[in-house]
Write a protein that binds this ligand. Sequence first.
Ligand SMILES: Cc1cc2nc3c(=O)[nH]c(=O)nc-3n(C[C@H](O)[C@H](O)[C@H](O)COP(=O)(O)OP(=O)(O)OC[C@H]3O[C@@H](n4cnc5c(N)ncnc54)[C@H](O)[C@@H]3O)c2cc1C
Length: 422
Amino acid sequence: MDNTQAQSFDVVIVGAGLAGAALACVIAQGDPQLRIAMVEAQTLSNEAPSLHNTVQGFDARVSALTLASQQLLADIGLWPEIVSQRAAAYRHMRVWDAEGTGVVDFAAAEVNQACLGYIVENRITLAALLNRLQSLTNVHFFNPAKVAGLSESVAALNKRAAGFNNGEQQRCLDLADGQQLTAPLIVAADGANSLLRQQAGFATREWDYHHHAIVATVQTELPHQHTAWQRFLPEGPLAFLPLGGDHQGHFCSIVWSALPDYTQQLMALNDDEFSQQLAAAFEHKLGAVQSVSQRYSFALRQRHAVDYVQPGLALLGDAAHSIHPLAGQGINLGFSDVRVLAEELLRARQRGLGLGDISLLQRYQRRRKAENLAMMAAMDGFKQLFGHNNIALRWLRNAGMHGFNRSPAIKRRVMLSAMGLH
Ligand SMILES: Cc1cc2nc3c(=O)[nH]c(=O)nc-3n(C[C@H](O)[C@H](O)[C@H](O)COP(=O)(O)OP(=O)(O)OC[C@H]3O[C@@H](n4cnc5c(N)ncnc54)[C@H](O)[C@@H]3O)c2cc1C
């Protein structure tokens, strides 16, 4: 396509998932002069979810949002709307080992908080973000529009890297329908399999967990007691996360991680057989599983980009890092990326600096990489620790869990960190 027809913006964000949409909201509201393009391949709907209190009426993808993530959504001005729709505050968390007596209990009161976090359906958070974005005149949507790629070779861009220091250089993005967008900064928020990350030649460290996860909504015989439950089985963790809506608390979102063969067998069961196996794997802690929604399964892979930035290009959220869902930290790390990148961009605008400036982007990378790496290492450690049936390791982890449960100071530190309150 002829370059003269290219449409130019200050920032192009690719991917209107939770991370990309939140970044667009923060920077568009923070600087109404900023011209932002949002490119999203899937047809977006900002329709509010149905909110039926049946297993089929919930979004199977939920997030355990930390207090830090709630603060970001509150700063955007959306938290009251999200929480009023359907969200479950959880006040307790119980983690236990299927192969022993190790139990760890966390209670919000131990850290002087009303709750440890909220379980919110992704569709509710996303609808609130998209609704807000559509009311902002400085955000232009390209939707549905798939990105075909960056239009210049990485080698050519790297050669010109020095030129980005004055922020005047432009990155060019080709859409599959032939349109071309230019901006000093392109943000790749296009998810775990980021096309832009691959095209721009970002190296990644990745490893397969050899786990698949099944997610679904279930109705249980006994109420969830505003508790997030997690049982570590030798095959992988099984979580029951409390959902809002029904005041008696009989709906939970489940995440069941296991080896691919076993997951396949579980997916092949009919609903009654699956419900029985699920309740048994969960030691009937909430009685029988009375109904189950459609089930979805995902392969789990941990991936971390070695660098998050190049001149004029930044990775955000799952495009930069994807992590095992066992501690429910994926989008919480993504929202922390959003907060830091937005701070750096808005500060650069106030100082009249170019948004593609590599030193600005490297500050974002420095501020985020250590925390993301630490969380990923911790999740991997957990997975290794609970993934072995060796008797010595079993004894060690059960003794460790008992000891940890009786060490209020250490527990408090871990809880504050997991809640995003450092
Ligand atoms: C089973 C499971 C349970 C989880 N539970 C939790 C939890 O409890 N708490 C938590 O914090 N996290 C959780 N996570 C992780 C969390 O869901 C992700 O971290 C989060 O959704 C990532 O958001 P994102 O915006 O970075 O990417 P995505 O949500 O993947 O969004 C990427 C967007 O980019 C678009 N896109 C992709 N390619 C293109 C292209 N070429 N052109 C245009 N658009 C494109 C996609 O359509 C999509 O809309 C869980 C994950 C799994 C798998």
